[in-house]
Design a protein around this ligand. Sequence first.
Ligand code: FE
Length: 212
Amino acid sequence: MPETRDLSRAPVAAARDIAPLREFVVAFGRLLDRMPDEPRLLSEGGALLGRLVSRDDWLPDAFAQPHPDHYQQFLLHADSTERFSVVSFVWGPGQITPIHDHTVWGLVGVLRGAEESQGFVRRDDGWTVDGEAVRLLPGDVEPLSPTVGDVHRVRNLFDDRVSVSIHVYGANIGSVRRHMYPAEGGRKLFVSGYSSAVLPNLWDRSAEMRGT
Ligand code: FE
């Protein structure tokens, strides 16, 4: 005789409710199913990301941990066919990226703190700043793409606190060969990889099901 399940049992860990991230991932997949052109993808996907980062109550602490020496990149979700990935970037005080490209479309949304993104354009003798740096505050989203500007440098605007941003890319970004552009010239191939081997569990909906 099968064991009777105790439906009243509380979840093992009453962690932060990750439902907003699951809902974002589902909505983003549905958006891609409609195969929008890139402007629509960046605009509608940007609106979805803007909604996700307009509240800061869902990211588990394990995926918001800074490292003293470098910024961290925690994979939160990878689409099963690698159409997109979602990553939390955790910036320690004053941390900064090299000048780099992505080679795929991207959306950057600030969840906590603030960051600055400086675009670059190629000139004969290297890369030069492209206009004003963009300051991103919680809830703000910036699109990236090889078609609208793909080379930038990002830094935590704060020298005394952690900032966190949520990035969405048009690939499994941890498998993409791209480039950084050192100040001394030339370019260096890199694959960014991830800071952790574990992902948050988006799919435990048992508490929701027990409650209905
Ligand atoms: Fe970037």
